[in-house]
Every structure is written in structure tokens, then in C-alpha cells.
Design a binder for this molecule. Structure first.
Ligand code: PLP
Length: 254
């Protein structure tokens, strides 16, 4: 008998299937990693926007987490949309191995999914192996403009001071090639990928962080997991670049 590697996602459900829990479990499965989940919120959402968010009560979120951790111990854990500052603060009190924190605050469509999270995230970052903010999230976290690769490097350095072992500031919102800035072990490096021009980018951030988590669950080193995830997400974007699913920002392939 053998146990497949287990990963856990703590995130919101996206009824449109493109982001959140749905993207994470799909990405885990594509990597042959067994996925477990703690649902933080239901979103009523499609490719055009978010109609509503219904948060899971904290006690029931905690019960899901206890159920998973006591029976299906994950090798790596990812957080996505955490729905309230209280949930973020609660998770900062839990022991979560190989923690990948994607500080989701704004939907790809630009609509805030919840507010008031930046301060709470500082606590959770201290417990993380890696944090993966995109440019809008980095601005929100640091409360200043971050517009260039140089700004991203300074931001990565500043976020690293909060305690995570690694920071990836994702450059998907920059013009030109998609460059992500990585701070790890006191050194800066870059993840580069060709820009895939497509409206179908809903769930890109979730997919990247879930792919990192999957590779960590498979035993990869962190640098190898980041490189593999970058390749995976670029390929997933290319695979669905000409899909027609919904009338807005469609999902990625896998
Ligand atoms: N999680 C949920 C439940 C969402 O609805 C969204 C965006 O709408 C995200 C995460 C973040 O999506 P993305 O990966 O496109 O940043």
C-alpha cells in the first residue's frame, strides 16, 4: 500500500470554476497530488464578475481544518481567498507545513473580494514558506505604488522582512514579458515567461500557487517548485488562449 502525496488548499469556491478551490484541486490533480480542501467562502461568480460572497463561519472553517489535518496530513498547504481578517489571524495560530500564501484580495475582474486584510496578512506571512502577491496585492500590502521590476525587487525585500522564507512578487500585470521577482535566502532572482496574450486569465494566480504547492508536496526544492510552476502556468495559459468559455475572463487550461 502506498499513500499519494497530499496537499491542502484553504480557499474560496468559485462557482465559475476558473479560480479558487476549483483551480487548486484541478492543478493538484494535474500533478498527481491528492487534494484536500477547506472552503473559506462560497462566491457566486462567473467569467464576468462576482455577484456575491458568502463566508464560512470561522468555527466551521476550523472544523474542516481539524478534519483534514487529523486524518489526511498534507505535505504542503496553500491559502487563497481567506474572506476576512479574522480568518487570516486564525490561520496564523495554526501549524501548517510548507505554507504557500497567495494573498488574494482582489478578483481578476478588479473587484475587491474583501477588505481590511493587509495588516492581518503580516502575521500569516511570518509563518509562510513562500508568499506570492501580484502587483495590486503588493501595492495593497505596502500601501504604495509598485510599478517597475526595480519597485518589485524593493517590495520583495520589504515583505521578506515580515518573516517568510521566500517572496515572489508576480509581474503578470506589467507590460511586456511576465517577469516575477523572487527573494529567497537573501538573494534576488527572476522567473521569466513569455507573455501569453489572452482574456482567459481568470485563476492564473491560484494556479501558480497551487502548482508550487503540488511540487512541494512531491518533494521538490522551493526553487525547483517555483520554476516548474512558472512553466506550468505559462503552458496552461497558452492551452486555453483561444477558448471561448463565458463572456468575460475565461479560465486557464490545465
Ligand atoms: N479565489 C477566489 C474564490 C476567487 O474568486 C478569485 C478571483 O476571482 C481568486 C481566488 C483569485 O483569482 P486569480 O487567480 O485570478 O487571482
Amino acid at each position: 500500500m502506498k499513500q499519494p502525496p497530499i496537499a491542502l488548499t484553504i480557499a474560496g469556491s468559485d462557482s465559475g470554476g476558473g479560480a479558487g478551490i476549483q483551480a487548486d484541486l484541478k492543478t493538484f490533480a494535474a500533478h498527481k497530488v491528492f487534494g484536500t480542501s477547506v472552503v473559506t467562502a462560497l462566491t457566486a461568480q462567473n467569467t464576468s464578475g462576482v455577484l456575491g460572497v458568502h463566508a464560512t463561519p470561522l468555527h466551521f472553517l476550523a472544523l474542516q481544518l481539524d478534519a483534514v489535518l487529523s486524518d489526511l496530513p498534507p505535505v504542503a498547504v496553500k491559502t487563497g481567498m481567506l474572506a476576512s481578517p479574522e480568518v487570516i489571524a486564525y490561520l496564523a495560530t495554526r501549524d501548517l507545513p510548507n505554507l504557500v500564501v497567495d494573498p488574494v484580495m482582489v478578483a481578476s475582474t478588479g473587484k475587491p473580494l474583501f477588505t481590511g486584510a493587509a495588516d492581518a496578512y503580516r502575521e500569516l506571512f511570518a509563518r509562510a514558506l513562500v508568499v506570492t502577491p501580484n502587483l495590486p496585492e503588493t501595492r495593497e500590502l505596502l500601501d504604495r505604488d509598485v510599478a517597475t521590476v526595480e519597485d518589485m525587487a524593493a517590495a520583495a525585500h520589504e515583505l521578506a522582512a515580515l518573516g517568510p522564507r521566500c517572496v515572489v512578487v508576480k509581474g503578470g500585470h506589467l507590460a511586456g514579458d511576465a517577469v516575477d521577482v523572487v527573494w529567497h535566502g537573501g538573494e534576488l532572482s527572476y522567473l521569466r515567461g513569455a507573455r501569453v496574450s489572452t482574456p482567459n486569465n481568470h485563476g492564473t494566480g491560484c494556479t501558480f500557487a497551487a502548482a508550487v504547492t503540488a511540487h512541494l508536496a512531491l518533494g521538490s526544492s522551493l526553487p525547483a517548485a517555483l520554476r516548474a510552476a512558472k512553466t506550468y502556468v505559462t503552458r496552461a495559459l497558452a492551452g486555453s488562449a483561444d477558448w471561448r468559455l463565458g463572456s468575460g475572463h475565461g479560465p486557464l487550461s490545465w
